[in-house]
Design a protein around this ligand. Structure first.
Ligand SMILES: Nc1ncnc2c1ncn2[C@@H]1O[C@H](COP(=O)(O)OP(=O)(O)OP(=O)(O)O)[C@@H](O)[C@H]1O
Ligand SMILES: [Mg+2]
Length: 318
């Protein structure tokens, strides 16, 4: 794992509007890093700065230790990116588009071309005209083009925009594969929290140009819900089950029960929750209750976490 991108105190203003405010963070190879924020948060602006499409006025950006201001060409040699729509010729085939690109770049081997086409799953359609591609295929051809020169940092602005659930899953698998197996740092932006939750290892939440939180997905989810974990009990007698659990002094401090929609919810507030659940289940069986299923309620999703974070800690730099 090495530092792929270093953003240091970046501020960007348009007229008197501050679009990015002292943004600083680092991203690493081997991770999928998400820029999450609502419309107008500053995600595209930040990506345009990193990819050299707009000039840095305040602060510094380094890609693998090369400063964008001082060593632009070297910094760019590590980078592959799709900002807005990937440029491609619709009347050419996928392969012809790739070859067009290969001619402009040095050192792309025929093996790499094959490898990249396979990676994005376009082998069967690569000789079709791009005008005959679906949006998802065009998106994947874009990823292929961005990957041809073996970048160690891949940045995609809203890559899943307009894709259907299958297309999103395909792209997600491709990107996590590139990050985790090829040790590339992949950065994606999105305003869809549910998507970041599935795709990213770490996320920076951006709101009105401020990074208000930066953490691993796991931490973001667990911090926002405290230590409480909820289990659903399905038993032969829900009321009696609740009564037995509530009466049992052994668990009282760590447990709250609740009946909702004919289901018994057991909220456990302890690191020992597995043992507690095992003891409860044993106790119920001893009291002639048939326990059909016990299931853990999934963590609240990042959407709820995001709303909690922006309500409670908005404006604070993490
Ligand atoms: N060229 C420009 N001139 C003036 N203001 C701009 C310019 N480009 C972006 N902005 C402003 O900067 C802010 C951030 O825009 P940006 O496109 O970075 O947001 P975003 O997070 O990518 O949003 P979205 O989710 O809608 O793509 C917005 O208020 C936008 O109006
Ligand atoms: Mg944008």
């Amino acid at each position: 794992m090495s530092t792929a991108l270093k953003i240091n105190n970046i501020t960007k203003t348009y007229g008197n509007r501050t679009v990015l405010n002292k943004v600083s963070f680092e991203t690493y190879t081997g991770e999928v890093f998400g820029l999450l924020g609502p419309n107008g948060a500053g995600k595209t602006t930040l990506i345009k700065l990193i990819t050299g499409l707009i000039n840095i006025e305040e602060g510094e950006i380094e890609i693998f230790g090369k400063s964008l201001n001082k060593e632009y060409e070297e910094a760019m040699s590590y980078l592959g990116a799709i900002v807005e729509n990937p440029e491609m010729y619709k009347y050419l085939t996928g392969m012809q588009n790739i070859m067009q690109y290969v001619r402009m770049r040095k050192n792309v081997t025929p093996e790499r071309v094959e490898e990249v086409i396979k990676l994005v799953g376009l082998t069967n359609r690569i000789n079709d005209k791009v005008s005959k591609y679906s949006l998802g295929m065009r998106q994947r051809l874009g990823v292929a083009l961005a990957l041809l020169h073996n970048p160690r940092l891949l940045i995609l602005d809203e890559p899943t925009n307009g894709l259907d659930p299958v297309g999103i899953k395909n792209l997600r698998d491709i990107l996590t594969n590139i990050a985790h197996k090829e040790d590339v740092c992949v950065i994606v932006s999105s305003h869809l929290m549910s998507e970041m939750e599935l795709m990213c290892d770490r996320v920076a939440i951006i709101n009105e140009g401020n990074v208000i939180k930066l953490d691993s997905i796991d931490n973001l989810l667990s911090v926002s819900q405290g230590n409480q974990i909820t289990f659903v009990y399905l038993t032969s007698d829900i009321e009696k089950t609740q009564h037995l659990i509530d009466e049992n002094t052994e668990f009282q401090a760590d447990i709250q029960t609740e009946i909702s929609d004919q289901q018994l919810l057991v909220h456990v507030d302890s690191d020992n929750y597995l043992e507690i659940i095992a003891s409860i289940t044993a106790m119920l069986v001893k009291n002639n209750i048939s326990v059909y299923t016990v299931s853990k309620v999934e963590n609240q999703n990042l959407e709820e976490a995001f709303i909690n974070i922006t309500n409670n800690g908005g404006g604070q730099i993490a």
